[in-house]
Design a protein around this ligand. Structure first.
Ligand SMILES: [Zn+2]
Length: 376
């Protein structure tokens, strides 16, 4: 249940991404025609295996079944034999494996899902469901003509499914080509070799001066502003989320709450995304994967802490799905402004205390129970 909620949260978050795929689904065939036909003539699962491995930078120790997006993720013995697990995934759950690689790349590069992509994927699913319903009806009625029509529809649905999967895989391959610098401007061009003028030459040879080339933007002149624009475009999620700043708590607590709301704290899932190879299990419960939402809200220990905080504040415990919900929760209550500010200060401090308890467990191996976390 918690895993499916995290999945929905991530789907929601992807709406705010503002980067786009280097090539959209409609243009993938022309973007890399040989690769597209290779998927058809070769095998989709084999290509899916290679693409996932490449998406993980060929580091299979980072592999999680279905990239951590499905309920089975983390429970398939990935750590013991990731290669075998990935083989099983791509052959038994081919559709899921393609979708998981897609989500992995979207989350890494903040790539949004466009309306066009949604329509194509939605059409594919609708066609499959229609074909399934027709087959059932044809089976029940026993009419030969209807049976032929359902077979034709099934065939069409399969063709559409294979084509969309091949397009997606080509799209992923092109995106990783771009990531790995296989096309486009070379960021730092090597300066040309120098030539020395000889003593007996009246004039030095006409050579180009040595220079560094900033090839990431056009025009190619380097400026700090261009780097900032590039970082904003490629790395930072588009977001206008604002939280109230509370002067009653230390600055670091405010900053932590703000970063947690943006999912920018060094929780294990974020560290893994940045290429750090660590055990992904939650530092507090060691049962689920450690995301900021799980660690600060849904983990059993964190949940007990929140129960006690709400009881102590005599505030109604509402449905809280994300960290942002906690940060704006006080606004929905009919309390005075001072009362709301006080509750907000308590909530951000609670987030900070859970994070401190997590760090105490990780770095000092100190296990704290909910009462100790609250300092009661
Ligand atoms: Zn946990």
């Amino acid at each position: 249940m918690a895993a499916s909620q995290e999945y929905l949260d991530k789907m929601q978050l992807r709406q705010n991404y503002r980067n786009v795929w280097h090539t959209d689904l409609m243009r993938t065939i022309s973007a890399d025609t040989p690769f597209f036909y290779k998927i058809f003539t070769c095998s989709g699962p084999c290509v899916s295996y290679l693409l996932r491995k490449r998406a993980l930078y060929d580091d299979m120790s980072r592999y999680t079944c279905c990239a951590g997006y499905m309920p089975c993720s983390g429970r398939c013995g990935e750590s013991k034999c990731p290669e075998l697990c990935l083989c099983t995934e791509v052959f038994c759950c081919f559709g899921n494996s393609v979708a998981s690689t897609r989500f992995l790349l979207q989350d890494e590069f903040n790539i949004q899902t466009t309306q066009c992509d949604n329509c194509i994927i939605g059409f594919m699913f609708c066609l499959q469901q229609l074909a399934c319903i027709c087959s059932i009806v044809a089976c029940l009625v026993g009419n030969d003509e209807l049976s032929d029509a359902s077979q034709a529809l099934n065939c069409l649905a399969d063709i559409v499914y294979c084509t969309v999967c091949a397009c997606m895989q080509t799209q992923h391959k092109v995106e990783m080509d771009k990531r790995d610098g296989k096309f486009g401007p070379v960021p730092m061009a090597v300066p040309p070799a120098q030539q020395m003028s000889r003593f007996d030459q009246p004039n030095p040879p006409n050579i180009e001066r040595d220079k560094w080339v900033w090839g990431a933007t056009n025009p190619i002149e380097f400026s700090v502003g261009s780097v900032r624009a590039l970082i904003e475009e490629r790395l930072l999620p588009y977001d206008n989320f604002k939280i109230p700043w509370i002067k009653w708590v230390p600055l670091k607590v405010n900053v932590f709450a703000w970063r947690a709301g943006l999912d920018c704290i060094p929780s294990k899932d974020c560290l893994i995304k940045r290429g750090i190879s660590i055990n992904y299990m939650c530092s507090l419960c060691s049962v689920h994967s450690e995301s900021s939402v799980h660690l600060l809200l849904r983990c059993g220990i964190a949940s007990s802490v929140w129960d006690k905080v709400f009881m102590w504040c005599k505030a109604p415990k509402e449905l809280i799905l994300t960290i942002r919900d906690i940060l704006i929760l006080h606004n929905s209550w009919p309390f005075s402004t001072m009362h709301k500010k006080l509750l907000h200060a308590i909530f951000v401090t609670t987030l900070w205390c859970i994070w401190k308890a997590r760090n105490a467990k990780v770095f000092e191996n100190k296990a704290l129970d909910p009462m100790e976390i609250l300092g009661i």
